[in-house]
Design a protein around this ligand. Structure first.
Ligand SMILES: Nc1ncnc2c1ncn2[C@@H]1O[C@H](COP(=O)(O)OP(=O)(O)O)[C@@H](O)[C@H]1O
Ligand SMILES: [Mg+2]
Length: 181
């Protein structure tokens, strides 16, 4: 697992790659895994992720309820300088932000019913190659979503969370590389 070593522990984010289990499968795509001790560690990781964002990036966020997906998006927005309220898009499905020179779109598709709802809401038009997407429950949208540049899995472990980030595109890889700076 050579990619594990790319996530170097630093004083801001307490990571313990050796504690992470269950992410050993190899897909051939670059992957970084880490253990996030507490909410602050999730926010610190998110801040590092924010530093590598590029226009048009599509990030899928996987993990059960309370895995920390929305916390991660809040951390990204804070790091980009957004100081307003970051609400979970639980019922609205989409929250829209301008931050750090980016147009950021935060979806939570848990309550998405069907393709018609997607079309009627005009979500398709959001995918203009410029906006940056963080998408919770991407599986609910089936093939309506563009593929992920970055795939993030969060799961509870001990009192914290395990994190696995996989890059599926050149854009995603450069974002992943920026994490280990
Ligand atoms: N690394 C972590 N360790 C422990 N708790 C965390 C961690 N990251 C986030 N949390 C907590 O998990 C809870 C649920 O987070 P949330 O982001 O709303 O989850 P989700 O969007 O996946 O449902 C919050 O109370 C948050 O403080
Ligand atoms: Mg959420």
């Amino acid at each position: 697992m050579p990619d594990d070593s790319r996530f170097t522990p630093n004083p801001e984010t307490t990571v313990h790659p050796e504690l992470v289990e269950g992410y050993g499968g190899s897909t051939g795509s670059p992957r970084t895994v880490a253990y996030l001790d507490d909410e602050d560690a999730t926010l610190a990781f998110a801040a590092r992720l924010a530093g590598g964002l590029q226009r048009g990036l599509v990030v899928y966020l996987h993990g059960d309820l309370s895995a920390g997906k929305t916390t991660l998006v809040r951390g990204v927005l804070r790091a980009l300088g957004f100081d307003g309220r970051v609400k979970s898009p639980t019922y609205t499905l989409l929250e829209t932000y301008q931050a750090g020179g980016f147009e950021l779109r935060h979806f939570d598709l848990y309550r998405l019913n069907d393709e018609e709802e997607w079309e009627v809401a005009g979500f398709r038009d959001e995918f203009n190659g410029e906006n940056i997407f963080f998408i919770e429950w991407p599986d609910r949208a089936g093939s309506m979503l563009p593929p992920a540049d970055l795939d993030i899995h969060l799961a509870p472990a001990e009192s914290g969370r395990t994190l696995a980030v996989t890059a599926y595109s050149t854009q995603g890889k450069s974002c992943l590389n920026a994490l280990s700076l």
